[in-house]
Design a protein around this ligand. Structure first.
Ligand SMILES: NC(=O)c1ccc[n+]([C@@H]2O[C@H](COP(=O)([O-])OP(=O)(O)OC[C@H]3O[C@@H](n4cnc5c(N)ncnc54)[C@H](O)[C@@H]3O)[C@@H](O)[C@H]2O)c1
Length: 292
């Protein structure tokens, strides 16, 4: 099987790694709007695998073979995939344009399956007007590790596409859960408002950053607190999902916290920008920004 991953950012590089690690996959096209971005995604895969080699969880030979399956370039290299997984920005127009371009001008395989890794956007709307309807294939960060794939059918997704994607998800060693299209699907409908509420709690001065994260870790047995998790997901993604939940439902319980919007406008996006609720230090430690 050949797979094209569109977007080589946090998710795209992880998804490319997950597929490249799978024996049934011979080639992964890792694509972005600039060659250097695609190459950056591949370097991340090499680094991740390098860590596994160092810990003796994988041989150098096996890591090299996985990396060799990943071909980088612009979207135009994806001419013959069996599956496209789009992981570009969480912006409807960008996603629609990507699929249109791929279906009309790039992909030559008429049986190719087109999937989006969107966290919250309507699969039906992304696929509207396309020759081939799309499906949601929602992996979680870090994609090589996290077991869940939400498989989301849009109004026009053929049943056989859903069945094939469930099969592919299992081949990948993941657990697919079938979800009906709805804003945020299952996980983000519950998780993202929780992170947003954590930001409200902080902005109202109820506790400090470490206090909120410690409370939720020890009080609820969560492996990460809401603020560190927000940083990890990317605060721009958290905001985009809150806005989708609010715009789709007009329910005020989904309004994004003002502090979240302000941080995104300032470019304080969390781990990926080096600062969010924590500052990420060179030595891989992190310091809460209210303690700087
Ligand atoms: N971050 C998460 O935890 C997470 C989890 C699940 C799903 N998602 C979803 O995955 C998608 C990607 O999120 P991310 O966190 O990896 O974002 P990111 O910003 O890290 O990466 C997005 C990449 O897409 C590239 N891109 C933009 N337009 C493109 C185009 N037209 N063609 C090809 N590449 C293009 C960008 O240059 C960038 O490298 C979003 O839809 C997001 O909602 C994110």
């Amino acid at each position: 099987m050949k797979v094209a991953v569109i977007g080589a950012g946090t998710m795209g590089s992880g998804i490319a790694q997950a597929f490249a690690q799978c024996d049934a996959v011979e080639t992964v096209y890792l694509c972005d709007i600039k060659q250097e971005f695609a190459d950056g995604g591949k370097s991340k895969i090499e680094k991740n695998l390098g860590r596994l080699v160092k810990k003796e969880k994988m041989t150098q030979e096996a890591a090299d073979a996985i990396v060799a399956k990943v071909k980088t370039g612009l979207n135009t290299i994806a001419t013959d995939p069996d599956l496209v997984v789009e992981a570009a920005l969480e912006v409807m127009d960008i996603k629609k344009a990507c699929f249109k371009e791929l279906q009309e001008n790039i992909v030559k395989n008429p049986d190719c399956i087109y999937a989006s890794n969107t966290s919250s956007l309507s699969i039906t709307e992304i696929g509207a007007g396309l020759k081939t309807p799309i499906i949601g294939m929602h992996l979680f960060n870090p994609a090589p590790v996290m077991k869940l794939i939400e498989v989301i059918s849009g109004a026009n997704t053929p049943k056989e596409t859903t069945e094939k994607v469930i099969e592919i998800s299992k081949t990948l060693g993941k657990t697919p859960v079938q979800v009906n299209e709805a804003p945020g699907f299952v996980v983000n409908r519950i998780l993202i408002p929780l992170i947003n509420e954590g930001i409200f709690v902080y902005s109202e001065g109820i506790s400090d950053i470490e206090g909120i994260d410690t409370a939720m870790k020890l009080g609820c047995n969560h492996p990460m607190g809401p603020l560190e998790l927000g940083d990890y997901v990317g605060l721009d993604i958290v905001l985009a999902i809150m806005d989708v939940l609010y715009n789709e439902t007009k329910d005020s319980k989904y309004r994004a916290c003002g502090l979240l919007r302000k941080m995104v406008r300032a470019g304080h996006l969390g781990v990926k920008s080096g600062i969010g609720f924590y500052k990420y230090n060179e030595d891989r430690t992190k310091t809460p920004v209210d303690k700087l």
